[in-house]
Design a protein around this ligand. Structure first.
Ligand code: F3S
Length: 112
C-alpha cells in the first residue's frame, strides 16, 4: 500500500508534506505533487501535514479520486524528487475547496 495525493493539491502545492516525509517519496510536477508508491513507507506523517487534506491512504481514496492512484504512480516515474519545502503556489488560497480540478493537472515536471 501507499499514500496518494489527490485533487486538492492541484494548483496549491503547499509542500508541508515534503518536510515530514522520511522516505524522500515526493515528486514534483508543475502544479501538483505525487507520492512514489514504491518509496512510501506508510508512515502517515504527510496526511496531517497537508493543510488541504489532499493525501489519503490508498485503501481510503474516495471513489471520485480513484484516478489519482494511477496518476501518482505514473508521474512519480516522470517527475523529479522534491526534498525541501518550497513556497505554495501564488494563488493557492483561491483554489481551496474547489472541485473539478483533475483536468487542470499539468503533466510537465517542475521547472528547475
Ligand atoms: Fe500538495 Fe498538500 Fe503536499 S497541497 S504539496 S499534498 S501539503
Amino acid at each position: 500500500m501507499t499514500y496518494v495525493v489527490t485533487e486538492n493539491c492541484i494548483n496549491c502545492k503547499h509542500g508541508d508534506c515534503v518536510e515530514v516525509c522520511p522516505a524522500e517519496a515526493f515528486h514534483e510536477g508543475a502544479n501538483f505533487l505525487v507520492i512514489h508508491p514504491e518509496k512510501c513507507i506508510d508512515c502517515e506523517m504527510c496526511v496531517s501535514a497537508c493543510p488541504v487534506d489532499a493525501i489519503y491512504f490508498e485503501a481510503n481514496v474516495p471513489p471520485d479520486q480513484q484516478e489519482f492512484v494511477a496518476l501518482n504512480a505514473r508521474y512519480a516515474e516522470l517527475w523529479p524528487v522534491i526534498l525541501d519545502k518550497k513556497p505554495a503556489m501564488a494563488d493557492a488560497a483561491s483554489w481551496h475547496g474547489r472541485p473539478g480540478r483533475r483536468q487542470l493537472l499539468d503533466p510537465a515536471p517542475a521547472a528547475g
